[in-house]
Design a binder for this molecule. Structure first.
Ligand SMILES: C[S@@+](CC[C@H](N)C(=O)[O-])C[C@H]1O[C@@H](n2cnc3c(N)ncnc32)[C@H](O)[C@@H]1O
Length: 312
């Protein structure tokens, strides 16, 4: 597959995303999940001279695809191969003190799921990898072959919300005593044998999601990026997050609510709550979802939830 093709990944809720994010055409924006540069291109189109887009992705292939797509805007973009959880250090190194907007379109792109060799998909049979960033040592093979049964079961249950987590973890550990689980096909077969029947595809999706979240530390990194965004967003700056499963969405929703709160609960009915100055104003009371047209044109958009807030 050609990672430089424009069909690399169709951006989800394009108008809603850019509409919530871009408030000043000469501002500085960070796309913290650059991917193939779909959203980034739309942001660049909104920028006037003086405006800048910083695109960050942990996956080197995404950088290459985005660089090609964003070639016409080369003078106003900076591309960084790093994890966005390092956003403060990244901006410091670029000598950018504050930004006007941060976009997070979470998870992996269609390209990452489909590209051979990345090991994200249960549909192929290739080495168990699942790293967004090939420079990090922890991969899916290590998780599946070295984590204890209890730990594996907890990951599959917590990050995949898979009810057969214990059964699947037991099957993995039993199989490991004979030979290592080397490929996505090996793992898929173990899941299928454990759950069986017509529920297997959903279980496969859940188990692969769980292992991917563990390998890439996705939830801890999301929390860390959200925390750091409060340090780097200028007053009036926007944060827009698109999530694809309830675990991510819950983290974003809770974070926004805590930052927008006007008081801190005392925890006792005898003590008054402590007033506080909110850090954020929530712009989306309910998460924005894709239109029916978009849902039928782009199946990936069906689970997407967009939340946006403004730095006070
Ligand atoms: C859903 S795709 C983004 C697609 C992009 N919005 C577009 O329109 O082409 C998510 C991308 O973010 C990257 N990514 C996810 N979490 C990241 C993180 N914490 N730091 C850096 N990149 C991350 C993934 O490698 C992937 O390329």
């Amino acid at each position: 597959m050609n990672p430089t093709s424009a069909s690399y990944h169709v951006p989800v809720m394009p108008a809603e995303t850019v509409g919530h994010l871009v408030t000043a055409a000469d501002g500085v924006y960070v796309d913290g999940t650059l991917g193939g540069g779909g959203h980034a291109e739309l942001i660049c189109r909104r920028l006037a001279p003086g405006g800048t887009l910083i695109g960050i992705d942990a996956d080197a292939d995404a950088q290459a695809a985005a660089a090609q797509r964003l070639q016409p805007f080369a003078s106003s973009i900076r591309l960084v191969h790093d994890n966005t959880s390092n956003i403060r250090a990244i901006l410091r190194s670029l000598q950018i003190p504050t930004i006007h907007g941060l976009l997070l379109d979470l998870g992996v792109s269609s390209y990452q799921l489909d590209a051979p060799g990345k090991g994200f998909s249960f549909r192929g049979d290739e080495p168990l990898d699942m790293r967004m960033d090939r420079r990090q040592p922890l991969d899916a093979r290590t998780v599946i072959n070295t984590y204890g049964e209890e730990e594996l079961a907890n990951i599959i249950f917590r990050y995949g919300e898979e009810r057969a987590s214990r059964r699947i973890a037991r099957a993995v550990v039993r199989r490991r005593t004979e030979r290592p689980v080397e490929t996505t096909g090996d793992l898929a077969r173990l899941v299928e044998e454990s759950v069986g029947g017509r529920f297997a595809v959903k279980s496969l999706a859940r188990v692969f999601q769980a292992v991917r979240i563990e390998v890439n530390g996705e939830l801890e990194r999301l929390r860390s990026i959200l925390r750091d965004s409060m340090e780097v967003l200028a007053s009036g700056g926007r944060i827009v997050v698109i999530s694809y499963h309830s675990l991510e969405d819950r983290i974003v929703k809770t974070f926004f609510q805590e930052c927008a709160a006007e008081s801190v609960p005392s925890g006792s009915k005898y003590l008054p709550d402590t007033p506080r100055t909110p850090d954020l104003r929530i712009l989306t009371r309910k998460p924005v979802e894709a239109s029916e047209d978009e849902r039928s044109a782009n199946p990936r958009s069906r689970s997407a939830k967009l939340r946006a807030a403004e730095r006070v």
